[in-house]
Design a protein around this ligand. Structure first.
Ligand code: CU
Length: 73
């Protein structure tokens, strides 16, 4: 992803449990709505700095997690 750019992250939940996407950077959290089983959602995201951002699921932080690389171009 590119810094200072508006993104809409589309989220699908084909599972039978709820999830919630959270992206963290410098102590700031960007959260999706709670995604109930079988529902879809989206999250507006705009990184105002370059670097590595972390994301995780509110309910499954140990297994549903990863990083997002934000670059300048
Ligand atoms: Cu989850």
């Amino acid at each position: 992803m590119i810094a200072n750019t508006d993104y809409v992250i589309k989220i699908k939940n084909p599972t039978d449990t709820k999830h919630e996407l959270i992206i963290t950077s410098n102590g700031t959290e960007t959260k999706s709505n709670e995604l109930k089983p079988g529902k879809n959602g989206k999250l507006n995201f705009n990184a105002n700095s370059t670097g590595t951002f972390e994301y995780h699921c509110e309910y499954h932080p140990d297994t549903m997690k990863g990083i997002i690389e934000i670059s300048s171009q």
